[in-house]
Write a protein that binds this ligand. Sequence first.
Ligand code: UDP
Ligand code: MG
Length: 315
Amino acid sequence: MNTPKLFIVIPCYNEQEALPITAKRLVELTDDMLKKGLIDPGSRIVLVDDGSKDDTWKVITELHEGDSRFEGVKLAHNAGHMNALWAGMTLSAERCDCVITIDADLQDDVNAMYGFLEEFRKGADVVYGVRSSREKDTFFKRTTAQGFYKGMRKLGVDLVYNHADYRLLSKRALEALLSFGEVNMFLRGMVPMLGFKTAQVYYERGERVAGESKYPLKKMIAFAAEGVTSLSNRPIRWVLGLGAVCALLGVAMAVYVIVSLVQGRTVAGWASMMMSIWLLGGLQLMALGVIGEYVGKVYMETKRRPKFILEEHLK
Ligand code: UDP
Ligand code: MG
């Protein structure tokens, strides 16, 4: 196989502090890869500005002007991490042989990319970067993240444990992924659906090189909820099961009430009736809530909104 044209896609949201450091690291890395003949000189680093409010775009423009291996993509508004990745991958798909996505803060070890390329050369279409330890994450982030992976598995969603969005995709895996039409998307859950030959590369998760996390608790919860509701319909089955159990209980209750009525103990019967009304009323509301959630999803999907609105594309 010829040396592959590698496109590294990086979503950047308010990363003016981290970007210069990250860019320097990636220049060193790709220089070394070029020297070792691991990647084609046509390889690129695609920096996607996800509607940043700081000087991220200025930094990207300067990088692009100084070194043609940097491409800049500016989204017109903050479309979110997943959509920024989608934008970068969409704009790379036609020109690359493989794409690697990585965060702008270099918490994921760039040296793992050597392993990614090695696995790609050996024929893998999807290579997952897996964190071998999360000691550098805060206790809170670590426990919530691990609880999330376990919970998702219980919901029947196939996730790679401790893998975030640091991965390599071959051109054909990328094209397959991009053919997914969904608007509500959770890439980590979608990639395992692709099939293809996969491999895993382990690395140590580090600290942010600069700046602060762009995932405050509110965004983390929204992200997790997106993962569940966009990939699993098991909650609705649980509610169905619960509803069935309660209906059976209701029948037993009705028998009890009738017997009480016959025996003239109507006060007791009234109490049970009231209880079942409350019980069933509550359940119905719960079920409606869950159904509403999915109806909402269907509604969003039918809108077929663009995933991102492109403002500029420097190349
Ligand atoms: N990010 C983005 N859009 C957003 C939020 C985050 O493009 O709305 C990017 C961010 O710049 C970074 C990556 O997504 O490159 C992961 O964010 P961060 O490192 O803050 O998340 P954490 O590591 O704390 O989970
Ligand atoms: Mg990070």
